[in-house]
Design a binder for this molecule. Structure first.
Ligand code: DAK
Length: 256
């Protein structure tokens, strides 16, 4: 299978496993990814780590050979499939990280941008090179990139197709952190360890407030925050967290 899903303790691990083509995404892989994400959403995992197999590449983008010679309607359906699947990734009830240890181009970078976080090794190279093929991104890149790094820099990447390295990507806010090269799964686990010890409810509400707020006005975002922070306040975990502070002990969250 070109998409592998495994579980390791609190982590769900999705691997793009087509290293002979630098993990380029075929439509069947996107469908398999959607199925894998459903299984992750219904599991007890507390975080998702997305990696690419092989030493060279996270994902070199959509499979260019498969993209050729398709009629417009099937091409549009393909774009909708990719967008729907990456939206499912962005909306998972648990946080996710893409570990970029090599190329992350086109659809591969779009997949990474749908994750909550991105970390990169120094060897990572990122870009949206679709313009060089006479195309533009079709799996959310023109929308998620400006939200992450701002309109001017997004236009620069989308309109030039330029490849950026890990240092520039970190400076621009496209990746959260540059990490020392190593086993991508272990890199993902040690990055996510900081986020998985808290109440799953609070973690979800926090991410949802940020995510929904980014898609609307400040006034509506503040309303969303007021609602979700009140909801968080009503959880048993919030009662436990506040009580533990007063009693000077470590809280025991139960995700409720
Ligand atoms: N698709 C298919 N095969 C790919 C591939 C790709 N994106 N990238 C690499 N490969 C294959 C190569 O063809 C080669 O296979 P063989 O020739 O050995 O059979 C193998 O992977 C190794 O690649 P290279 O020999 O080229 O390796 P190098 O280290 O020399 O170069 C590279 C690595 C990443 C610089 C180079 O492979 C490269 O430039 N790859 C293409 C990168 C790219 O342009 N990605 C963006 C693709 S466009 C849509 C609209 C738009 C899109 C999608 C949908 N709809 C409306 C539905 C666009 C999305 C994109 O992502």
């Amino acid at each position: 299978m070109s998409i592998e899903l495994t579980f390791s303790g609190p982590y769900a691990l999705v691997t793009l496993n087509r290293p002979e083509a630098l993990n380029a995404l075929q439509f069947a892989m996107i469908e398999a990814l959607a199925d894998a994400l459903d299984r992750v959403a219904n599991s007890d995992a507390r975080a998702l780590i997305v990696t690419g197999a092989g030493l060279k590449s996270f994902c070199a983008g959509a499979d260019i050979k498969e993209l050729m010679d398709r009629d417009l309607m099937s091409q549009r359906r393909g774009a909708q499939l990719g967008q729907r699947t990456f939206a499912k990734l962005a909306a998972l009830p648990i946080p996710s990280v893409a570990v970029l240890h090599g190329y992350a181009f086109g659809g591969g970078l779009e997949l990474a941008m749908a994750c909550t976080f991105r970390i990169a090794t120094e060897k990572a190279r990122m870009g949206l090179p679709e313009i060089k093929l006479g195309l533009i991104p079709g799996y959310g890149g023109t929308q998620r990139l400006p939200r992450l790094i701002g309109e001017a820099r997004a236009n620069e990447m989308v309109m030039s197709g330029r490849t950026i390295d890990a240092t520039e990507a970190e400076r621009w806010g496209l990746v959260n952190r540059i990490v020392q090269a190593g086993d991508p799964v272990e890199l993902g686990k040690s990055f996510m360890a900081e986020f998985i010890g808290y109440s799953k409810c609070a973690s979800l509400f926090a991410r949802e407030a940020v995510q929904r707020g980014m898609a609307t006005t400040l006034a509506e975002g503040l309303d969303i925050e007021a609602d979700l922070s009140t909801l968080a306040y009503r959880t048993a975990d919030a009662a436990e967290g506040m009580r533990a502070f007063i009693e000077k002990r470590t809280p025991e969250f139960k995700d409720g």
